[in-house]
Design a protein around this ligand. Structure first.
Ligand code: S3P
Length: 172
């Protein structure tokens, strides 16, 4: 299968770590959109948010999506908010098979506990779990448009990768 495989989903669902494993399993190059943005900006994502604001980050994200969607054969991990932009969502979907990783909010809360790394959650203060639940509810309609969803809350990485590969075989 030459199409891209796109891993999307909320922060803390495992897009980057599972994307690397999946790419190794499939023998394909792996591209993480957040990392691509950081490498090209020579700056971390929290720093980009702090210096230039979220709107600028979203522009960089959009440019990265456009560039990557002209390619095929990649495993691409999106950022958690990449597909809330309709154009990004359509470009990514049309470039391959989109898999959405899901995780229970409490587990997302645990996995994203370190402050300073996820600027869209850091405004949440003590209400961080509520912020996660609110954003998940807002974004559900976008995540639901993926071709397939896998719940990563309780499964091991191997189980998740096996499950994704089983479903990818249906598209090949
Ligand atoms: C964001 C998620 C982050 C990163 C940025 C914005 C979001 O990616 O793109 O901080 O809006 O959900 P991860 O999901 O990889 O943490």
């Amino acid at each position: 299968m030459k199409d891209n495989v796109i891993l999307t989903g909320f922060m803390g669902t495992g897009k980057t770590s599972l994307g690397k494993l999946l790419a190794t399993r499939l023998g394909r190059p792996f591209v993480d959109i957040d990392k691509k943005i950081e490498d090209e900006a020579h700056m971390s994502i929290p720093k980009i948010f702090e210096k230039f604001g979220e709107a600028h980050f979203r522009e960089l994200e959009k440019a990265a999506v456009k560039e990557l969607c002209e390619k095929r054969g990649l495993v691409i991990a999106t950022g958690g908010g990449t597909i809330k932009d309709e154009e990004n969502l359509l470009l990514l979907k049309n470039s391959g098979v989109m898999i959405c990783l899901t995780t229970e909010p409490e587990e997302i809360f645990n996995r994203t506990a370190r402050r300073g790394e996820r600027p869209v959650l850091d405004g949440g203060g003590n209400e961080r779990l509520e912020t996660i639940k609110k954003l998940l509810a807002e974004r559900k309609k976008f995540y639901d448009r993926a071709d397939y969803q896998v719940d990563t809350t309780n499964w091991s990485p191997i189980q998740i990768i096996d499950d994704i590969c089983k479903h990818l075989r249906q598209f090949s």
